[in-house]
Design a protein around this ligand. Structure first.
Ligand code: CMC
Length: 440
């Protein structure tokens, strides 16, 4: 148990099993729900807890991100997400997440230089890309190339060395944008564009995606700001599926590049980061506001697997604060690119209105999440839907590396090893017991 946790221990919880009473300490959070420490439960009572999907389980102690799902609050290191989106920039947010407080001007300048110097990739990685099919999903390339970094940057694999850990986190954040842009270029059959060190992180990403060997892309400040805000809003979200994946992979001592590749894989799923692509594709499928009721009915039908993509959240039982910010930005960006009446934005706002008035969505507290409006902005910037989750992954490298670092530096860190409720066969004798089910 870390010193911090024991100092905020206040009460005890009692658990009675077969007339036997067991006591467990309760730790108070600085904000939000307290936790019962049941780590001694099995050794005391020879029983496990059962919580599929971790709906009531805190897997770690963390000081990085705070969410109040009922009030719709998201804070990084105590700073409100809206404040950061309006006043900060992505690299300052990365620094804040990893180091714990806001850097001064000098520290920030130095950190930006460090990140910028790491945006180049080893030349051999170009060969690595050639192995993918041209129609590969860019997330498939992200997973593969991110994992492959461990073979190229072997001087930052020693997780016991603080300097190497920091070097690895900077490499991951910086190189993720170059890998993402390369995946895009590869998928459209264009040459890779080298990063430019005089540009900001977001400007540089847009440059690597949209410049080509014949023509330089002129980065608009409005689009660069929108891009940067999208990166800030997606930078961390406490112990979600991909972050927990990174922590679990890292708990075995795996190198940071391998852990982040695991996080990218987990993010890809449509219930998580893949929802931004799925939300835009869903809006395109709905096509027009006159079809909204039909799709709302489908979403409510228990026998239909269809869900309203970009709606609902495990933690937010109120409007996702990130969606609020993105809704505002989507209008600005569309105006900037000259789209006066975007039918998809109109459809999205109409769908939101209908859903938020519907009894099913009200009772289940299903609100638009970060993925509902981000696709509209990214599409207006010029990205195809397949790139949306890649952009989410680039941003989330900030949170993943911060959370991975916190885990490695936590003195009580041990390998993650959940247990199970076994409901399989009892002892079987080979040769005697043959399955009758295995005949199909
Ligand atoms: N459309 C229709 N019904 C829904 C939706 C939805 N989008 N989301 C949840 N429900 C229903 C669900 O069927 C369940 O109904 P019942 O109680 O009758 O079984 C109830 O609401 C509670 O949902 P849940 O699936 O138990 O909630 P969860 O916390 O396990 O899942 C979620 C959260 C985000 C996976 C889910 O809301 C969902 O699949 N949403 C659509 C995908 C999406 O937008 N994902 C992005 C999440 S935010 C970004 C990120 O994390 O990466």
């Amino acid at each position: 148990m870390s010193k911090n946790k024991s100092s905020i221990k206040t009460k005890k919880a009692k658990l009675i099993i077969n007339n036997h009473t067991y006591e467990f300490p309760i730790y108070n959070s600085t904000e939000g729900e307290s936790v019962i420490d049941i780590s001694k439960l099995h050794s005391l009572a020879k029983i496990f807890t059962y919580d599929p999907g971790f709906t009531s389980t805190a897997s770690c102690e963390s000081k990085i991100t705070y969410i109040d799902g009922d009030k719709g609050i998201l804070r990084y290191r105590g700073f409100d997400i809206e404040d950061l989106a309006n006043k900060s920039d992505f690299i300052e947010v990365v620094n804040l997440l990893i180091y714990g407080d806001l850097p001064n001007k000098e520290q920030l300048k130095k950190y930006k230089e460090l990140i910028t110097r790491h945006t180049l990739l080893h030349e051999q990685i170009i060969n690595f890309f050639q192995g993918f099919r041209r129609d590969a999903h860019p997330m498939a390339m992200m997973v593969g190339v991110m994992g492959a970094l461990s073979s190229f940057y072997q001087d930052s694999l020693d997780i016991g060395d603080a300097h190497q850990r920091q070097e690895a986190t900077r490499r991951i954040v910086a190189k993720s944008s170059t890998i993402g842009a390369m995946a895009y270029k590869y998928s459209i059959g264009q040459s890779f564009i080298s990063p430019k060190n005089n540009l900001s992180f977001s400007e540089n990403f847009l440059h690597m995606c949209f410049s080509n060997t014949a023509e330089e892309y002129k980065v608009s400040p409005v689009l660069a700001k929108a891009m940067d805000t999208i990166f800030i809003l997606h930078a961390d979200h406490e112990q979600n599926a991909s972050t927990s994946t990174v922590r679990l992979a890292g708990s075995s001592g795996a190198n940071p590049f391998a852990c982040i590749a695991a996080g990218v894989s987990s993010l890809w799923g449509p219930a998580h980061g893949g929802a931004n692509q799925a939300a835009l594709e869903m809006l395109e499928e709905i096509g027009s506001s006159k079809n909204i009721n039909k799709y709302i009915r489908k979403a409510k039908n228990k026998n239909d697997p269809f869900k309203l993509m970009g709606f609902g959240h495990r933690v937010y039982k109120n409007y996702d604060p990130r969606a609020k910010i993105l809704k505002k930005i989507s209008r600005k960006v569309l105006k900037h690119v000259g789209v006066k009446n975007d039918p998809i934005l109109k459809l999205a706002t109409d769908l939101e209105k209908v859903a938020l008035r519907d009894k099913y969505f009200i009772e289940k507290k299903l609100y638009p999440n970060v993925d509902f409006y981000s696709g509209i902005i990214l599409r207006a910037i010029g990205f195809p839907p397949e790139m949306f989750t890649v952009i989410f992954a680039i941003a989330r490298t900030a949170g993943w590396t911060a959370q991975w670092t916190e885990m490695i530096e936590d003195p009580i860190q041990k390998i993650g090893r959940p247990r199970q409720l076994y409901t399989g066969e009892k002892f079987m004798v080979y040769g005697k017991n043959r399955s009758k089910k295995n005949t199909k």
